[in-house]
Ligand binder design. Structure first.
Ligand SMILES: NC(=O)C1=CN([C@@H]2O[C@H](COP(=O)(O)OP(=O)(O)OC[C@H]3O[C@@H](n4cnc5c(N)ncnc54)[C@H](O)[C@@H]3O)[C@@H](O)[C@H]2O)C=CC1
Ligand SMILES: CC(C)CC(=O)C(=O)O
Ligand SMILES: [Mg+2]
Length: 327
């Protein structure tokens, strides 16, 4: 987060007065107060133009408390239904894939529905006969708006190709809703080439033929999973950025790295801040600072291309990016 703010401050024009407010929403606050995200927090956050989020989640907090009580609550409350996750393999950047395939696609992940809504429960908890359900919620309204957004994004890109990723052979009810809506909206975008791939096969192609993808639209869970894989093949989880977008702008959109809190390396100065810095670029573009966003992306591109074997600390990478972005 510190490196993201460093680059944001370095790149903004002199006459733009940036006002930031820092919130301590992580494990520390939870342990001190038992709170994750209150109505008062939401009212306060709502006044901002955008939110930059550092990942949350800590082994000292029961799994899901912060993820569900803070992160998902915020995404749902601010109707972040377009979860945008671009993947681009920059020249000279290492990938575990053979050769150096062209990778330049964006995943439009639905952000407010699917199995993440907390619609479920458990009976006979803790017994050998426990039954747990986690119902995937898919509404025609929710699916249509994200599918339409993805079509518009595909239409605006040179290749104009949109792939629906789902599992409609097995998840028949949700799958058919997604497929029907996708096919219906496709009629309004005759220039966009469409494609359908089951999510399990999509994980094959993301490794064997990632160049086939331009824009992918998918549900909340599938999008979560395939974007970690997409990150792994296109420069690593340390460089994958995301935006949780509220297209109507009724609420502030939120920008965050794709990765989590990386507790295995936390506090060691090893985390790559590039994912957060590229999330800053998405934030800048969302607010209309296109030139500044490009400068940040070019700084990252130059830095990644020029990375040698010598490891640098989180802070050193942030400094280098800020200097490059400032021009
Ligand atoms: N948006 C958010 O706030 C998210 C929070 N989480 C939470 O984060 C915690 C850890 O989750 P994990 O499943 O371990 O996923 P993770 O993404 O935190 O870590 C997975 C692997 O990637 C590495 N990694 C992550 N970010 C990195 C970076 N910037 N530079 C270099 N390496 C990096 C980690 O060291 C680890 O080996 C959990 O509590 C989880 O719920 C997970 C995903 C998203
Ligand atoms: C921690 C989860 C709620 C979210 C997640 O893994 C993600 O959005 O990538
Ligand atoms: Mg994830």
């Amino acid at each position: 987060m510190a490196q993201g703010l460093k680059v944001l401050n370095a790149v903004l024009p002199q006459d733009v007065k940036l006002e930031t407010k820092e919130y301590d929403f992580g494990a520390r606050r939870y342990h001190a107060s038992g709170e994750t995200l209150t109505d008062a927090d939401l009212a306060d956050l709502k006044q901002h133009d955008a939110i930059l989020l550092g990942a949350i989640g800590d082994p000292s907090v029961p799994s899901g408390v912060l993820e569900r009580g803070f992160l998902l609550k915020l995404r749902f409350a601010f109707d972040h239904h377009v979860n945008l996750r671009p993947s681009r393999l920059l020249p000279g950047v290492a990938t575990p894939l053979a050769g150096q395939p062209e990778i330049d696609f964006v995943v439009v992940r639905e952000g407010t529905e699917g199995p993440y809504t907390g619609n479920g429960g458990t009976i006979r908890k803790g017994t050998p006969h426990e039954v747990a359900t986690e119902v995937s919620v898919n509404t025609a309204f929710g699916v249509e708006r994200v599918v339409r957004d993805a079509f518009a994004r595909a239409q605006a890109r040179p290749r104009k190709k949109l792939t629906l990723v789902h599992k409609n052979n097995v998840l028949a009810f949700a799958g058919h809703l997604w497929t029907n809506v996708f096919n219906k909206v496709a009629e309004e975008f005759p220039e966009v080439t469409t494609d359908y791939i089951h999510v399990d096969a999509a994980t094959i192609y993301l490794v064997t033929d990632p160049a086939r993808f331009d824009v992918i639209v998918t549900d909340n869970l599938f999008g979560d999973i395939i974007t970690d894989l997409a990150a792994a093949v296109s420069g690593g989880i340390g460089v994958a950025a995301s935006g949780n977008i509220n297209p109507s702008r009724e609420f502030p959109s939120m920008f965050e790295p794709v990765h989590g809190s990386a507790p295995d390396i936390a506090g060691q100065g090893k985390a790559d801040p590039t994912a957060t810095v590229l999330s800053v670029a998405l934030l800048l573009r969302h607010l209309g600072y296109d030139n500044e966003a490009i400068r940040v992306e070019e700084a990252v591109s130059a830095d990644l291309g020029g990375r040698g074997e010598t490891p640098r600390t989180t802070d050193e990478i942030g400094d280098a990016l800020a200097v490059r972005a400032a021009g």
